[in-house]
Design a protein around this ligand. Structure first.
Ligand SMILES: [Zn+2]
Length: 112
């Protein structure tokens, strides 16, 4: 029902803050979409491990990892799917991370 308040379960991701560290880990993750709205994301630490993300409800990505299941956060796997889909909010967050790193000298770039 539109406008209904969710008392339990994952929050619509647009209401959740994007965690910087999870976002950085999401960049470059291998994402496949074997069927519409269903994604397979390869673990960054063990390539043989995969996580499944259901984004059929675009407001509430569901992943089978611990972050989503136990901590109700927007996990790095869901973030990887949003980046894969060129989601503007996710990419805007990436650009903020790059800008901050650039201004703090963290990218090791030199302005000529
Ligand atoms: Zn996850």
């Amino acid at each position: 029902m539109p406008g209904a308040v969710r008392s339990v379960g994952p929050r619509p991701w647009r209401e959740a803050p994007i965690d910087r560290d999870r976002l950085i880990r999401a960049i470059g993750m291998a994402v496949e979409m074997p069927e519409p709205g269903i994604y397979r994301v390869r673990s960054e630490t063990a390539a043989s491990e995969t996580y499944w993300v259901n984004m059929r409800d675009e407001d509430v990505p569901l992943c089978d990892c611990g972050d989503t299941t136990f901590r109700d956060t927007l996990c790095k796997h869901a973030l990887a799917c949003l980046l894969y889909h060129d989601d503007p909010r996710a990419w805007h967050a990436v650009m903020r991370v790059i800008q901050r790193a650039f201004h703090s000298g963290g990218l090791g770039l030199t302005i000529l």
